[in-house]
Design a protein around this ligand. Structure first.
Ligand code: ZN
Length: 82
């Protein structure tokens, strides 16, 4: 699951069925990711790997990159009682 359950328009995306631009929304439902065209009703389940996986495959990190990753990793687990 990548997207939130809230539907969001994808800027510049073209519907594969009706070819309308900016009509596709993406959202998650039951742990799956979908894209749907609001113009013609086209709906498709999306399959892709979690974005976090990119970090595993990155090589030759600069010190700045490492600091960025640390911030990303730490923030969600920060406890309010310290
Ligand atoms: Zn469409």
């Amino acid at each position: 699951m990548v997207y939130s359950s809230k539907r969001r328009f994808v800027a510049g995306a073209v519907c594969p069925r009706c070819s309308e631009m900016d009509k596709l929304v993406v959202y998650s439902e039951d742990g799956k990711d979908f894209r749907e065209c609001v113009a013609c009703g086209y709906k498709d389940e999306m399959h892709f790997k979690p974005i976090a996986r990119e970090l595993d495959t990155r090589v030759n990190l600069t010190e700045e990159d490492k600091q960025d990753i640390q911030v990303i990793n730490i923030l969600p687990f920060e406890k309010p009682d310290h």
